[in-house]
Write a protein that binds this ligand. Structure first.
Ligand code: SD4
Length: 340
């Protein structure tokens, strides 16, 4: 579908009008940490991450590679009818679903990414193929779609009249002029899934339809290496969910990994990253951002600016959804963390 000038101007006004963040969380909640040393260990964002973790664990237990585990774990969320991941995700302001995804392999420090990808059922697979089959790291838009189609990935017509009509009717039923791209749990979620394999190697992936009602062509943090995902095989891995504009200006996931490199455990590294961003950002803690992380030692953790951002932690013996630390103006500094 070509975006008419009238529709583009209308969507721009709505997007700007709606671009506010959620209030910051108040105080800190203590979340349990996993015992160090448990491998394999899989960590992902939100409660729906648990099903993805379970699938990833099965892949590993069946002898699959760490990248198979990341990819097939994320397939579960991309296929689950999730309102913010995969083709069931919220469309942009022009009524088209544009998907972002990336994957990163600790060994070799390799990465692949796709952004503003239309009509491909599993964007995580497109990202993996960019990493494994091209000399590039990132493909976007029509180029990414053509590549995915050439690779034989499952697709639908993103611009069919039926899809547009279904979106138009859904939008009319909401009694709102258009989906607003404010950051809240109802209109945005992302799967970021991190794996520490039994052999000590790390990998991760991230997949989203981004903020619903976003401007056509808008790309968030999720497919940006270092923002929505970062893996360092010597240290750990981190992934993000939330309002991408507040994550990608700070290379959020990279920061989490760098804090772990300096010795912070994953939960404190996530928390310290949020504090660091809030110190610099004019919005303070009013950011609507969340991070998950795991380290080389088999520890995991998460933190968010909202209360109790849930994350999923899976090992051979248990698969749990835990509340994360909520970080706000009155949260005490992470133990031993120096101000950076
Ligand atoms: C984005 N970070 O596109 C994604 C959306 C998200 O929870 O994570 N929502 O900004």
């Amino acid at each position: 579908m070509k975006l008419s000038r009238r529709r583009f101007v209308a969507s721009t006004a709505l997007a700007v009008a709606g671009a506010t963040a959620l209030p910051a969380g108040r105080g800190a909640e203590r979340a349990p940490r996993t015992k160090a040393g448990e491998r394999p260990l899989i960590v992902s964002t939100w409660d729906f991450g648990r099903a993805a973790n379970d699938a990833a664990l099965q892949v590993l237990l069946a002898g699959g590679t760490i990248l198979d585990a990341v990819e097939q774990g994320i397939w579960v969320t991309e296929s689950a009818g999730n309102p913010s991941v995969g083709l069931s995700g919220g469309p942009n302001a022009a009524g088209v679903v544009q998907l972002d995804a990336c994957i990163m392999s600790g060994p070799g420090h390799r990465a692949g990414s796709v952004a503003a990808l239309e009509g491909i059922r599993h964007p995580i697979s497109a990202a993996r193929r960019v990493m494994e089959k091209t000399p590039h790291v990132m493909l976007v838009g029509e180029g990414a779609r053509m590549f995915a189609l050439e690779e034989g990935l499952e697709s639908v017509d993103p611009h069919s009249e039926e899809r547009y009509e279904a979106w138009r009717q859904k939008r009319a039923a909401t009694k709102r002029p258009a989906p607003l791209p404010a950051a809240n749990r109802k209109n945005h979620d992302t799967i970021a899934l991190l794996v520490l394999a039994a052999d000590g190697n790390l990998a991760g992936g991230c997949s989203t339809s981004g903020l619903s009602g976003k401007l056509p062509g808008r790309v968030g943090d999720s497919p940006i290496i270092g923002s929505g995902l970062y893996v360092d095989n010597d240290v750990g891995a981190a992934g993000a969910t939330g309002l991408g504009e507040n994550i990608m200006r700070y290379c959020g996931s990279f920061l989490v990994v760098e804090f772990m490199r300096r010795g912070l455990p994953p939960d404190e590294a996530c928390r310290e990253t949020i504090r660091r961003i809030a110190r610099q950002d004019p919005k303070g803690f009013d950011l609507s951002i969340n991070f998950v992380a795991l380290d080389k030692h088999g520890r995991s953790g998460a933190a968010g600016t909202g209360a109790g951002f849930p994350f999923a932690v899976t090992t051979r013996t248990r698969s749990l959804v835990l509340p994360s630390l909520a970080v706000g103006p009155r949260t005490p500094a992470a133990g031993g963390a120096k101000r950076q």
